[in-house]
Design a binder for this molecule. Structure first.
Ligand code: 4AD
Length: 467
């Protein structure tokens, strides 16, 4: 095959060289019958191509006309010579130009796209500035973006968001592998609810009632019973949430881990501490370009975190809220507002956007959660927050069948649907605990984005099953 150059690799070193590149026509600017500019984009990079009709270069006025008649977002191949511009280029990422010799259209986009990509890439500040100047610009709504996701994903911010997501997932694996966790896969078709509650998608499995897994919870614990000391899983999680909020999806990517506990469930918190500090460091140090790109469209304050993650008890949290004038039912759950407020209070007092809240009341945790040894009204459990919103929940689990049966029954669960799970604890089961992370939430909150639909490539929410 021929030798291709990536647009992102074009730099001053390539000056004078002939190259072959492929990209989408982001902008087309006719100057005269004899001259035109075409900006080509590939992934996160753009380059300016210059067409000048000249017999020497083998470029005809027809070729210039052909280029100016291309529709935006068409895929074209260009053969040309790399040159250095006279002035710095503001509109492209690459600081070289291509003097076009040949241009081929590989796939033509429709003349009018349902989304204007330039508008889709603008920041709110740009819109406001334009409005003040009396210009009419159209904001691209979230639903329109999602309806035409194949176009919307081309904005620089979206290109960066999903690269960041991939890095978080990769670091999750890498870190846990380095701590002797084994990656596993558990079924998503299961016989009953794994988290309790009604938020399950029901279906028929060869005629039998079944559901989509709300989490790998029961299976990852059974893997521990099966002699794996530490396991993790990255996979889809299904929740029949009927909540249309900025942070709930009906399908999301779960990053789950489960491990033997030797002495104290804080061993699980220590893993989370090491894991997330390493993720945050990696993003900050190695994904600068992506973070800057997201920042340009959606400005955000960098995440503040401590080298050793702050841990507060649930009661301390309630106390802080009380002192700040928010009354919370002491044995109830924190609502979204209270969590956000606590996030702000913790930031003021301790200077961190990332912390662990532990020792939750029994009444607000799933049936499998281990009650505290000293006070069974509380549990050996925790939630983890970024900027006052939950990204993780975790706990020590009950590892005796008697207590598990008792708790499941108290929580109104039909134990016959989980009898194999409960029995697993009769054959010798070590103390253990673990946690579940929502990948989309981590990226959303790390970048302080306001909607989880921005960090899910093809989100599934109560209203959306396509594309
Ligand atoms: O808090 P959840 O429901 O906990 C569990 O699934 C437990 N089995 C975890 C464990 O190991 N104890 O879910 C875990 C995380 C939440 O903290 C949140 O980040 C994310 O999953 N999450 C959602 N993300 C998007 N949409 C939803 N509807 C979510 N529900 C939970």
């Amino acid at each position: 095959g021929r030798s291709w150059t990536k647009i992102g690799d074009l730099d001053a070193d390539a000056a004078g060289r002939s190259v072959l590149i492929r990209g989408a026509t982001q902008a087309i600017r006719p100057v005269s019958k004899k001259m035109a500019f075409v900006v080509l984009r590939h992934s996160m990079s753009t380059v300016q191509c210059v067409l000048v009709a000249s017999a020497d270069a083998g470029v005809s006025t027809q070729m210039v006309r052909f280029a100016t008649a291309l529709s935006k977002e068409s895929i074209v191949d260009v053969e040309g010579v790399v040159s250095l511009p006279k002035e710095p280029l503001k509109a492209t990422t690459q600081q070289v130009e291509i003097q076009v010799r040949k241009i081929y259209c590989i796939n033509r986009a429709v003349p009018t796209l349902p989304i204007n990509l330039e508008d889709a890439a603008r920041s709110e500040a740009e819109f406001e500035k334009a409005e003040q100047a009396g210009e009419k610009l159209v904001r691209v709504g979230q639903d329109t973006r999602l309806n035409y996701r194949a176009i919307d994903l081309r904005t620089p911010a979206n290109q960066a968001i999903f690269r960041i997501q991939c890095q978080v997932e990769n670091k999750f694996r890498e870190f846990l592998l380095s701590k002797d966790f084994v990656g596993i896969h558990t079924p998503k078709l299961i016989s009953g609810s794994s988290e309790g509650g009604a938020a399950v998608f029901k279906l028929l499995y060869n005629g039998q009632p079944a559901c989509l897994a709300q989490s790998p919870q029961l299976c990852k614990q059974m893997a521990i019973c099966g002699g794996f000391e530490r396991v993790f899983e990255v996979g889809p999680v299904f929740r029949a949430e009927n909540s249309n909020t900025h942070r709930h999806l009906c399908e999301f990517v779960g990053l789950d881990a489960e491990m033997e506990i030797k002495e104290h469930y804080f061993e699980v918190c220590d893993i989370i501490d090491g894991l997330f500090v390493s993720i945050f460091k990696h993003l900050t140090e190695n994904c600068k370009k992506e973070l800057e790109t997201i920042n340009r469209q959606y400005p955000f304050e960098p995440l503040q975190y401590l080298e050793k993650t702050l841990k507060l008890t649930y009661e301390e949290g309630i106390q802080m809220l009380k002192e700040a004038g928010t009354e919370i039912e002491p044995m109830g759950d924190l609502n979204t507002e209270a969590e956000k407020k606590l996030g702000r209070l913790v930031k003021e007092k301790y200077g961190t956007d990332f912390f662990i809240l532990y020792r939750y009341p029994l009444a607000v945790r799933p049936f499998y959660t281990m009650p505290c040894y000293d006070n069974p009204a509380y549990t050996n459990s925790f939630d983890v927050f970024i900027r006052g919103e939950e990204i993780i929940s975790g706990a020590q689990r009950i590892h005796t069948p008697e207590l598990l049966t008792k708790r499941a029954t108290e929580c109104g669960i039909d134990v016959s649907t989980i009898s194999a799970y409960i029995e697993s604890f009769s054959y010798g089961a070590p103390p253990h605990g673990g946690f579940g992370v929502g990948l989309e939430r981590v990226v959303m909150l790390f970048c302080a984005l306001n909607n989880i639909r921005k960090t899910s490539m093809f989100p599934r929410d109560p209203q959306r099953l396509v594309p």
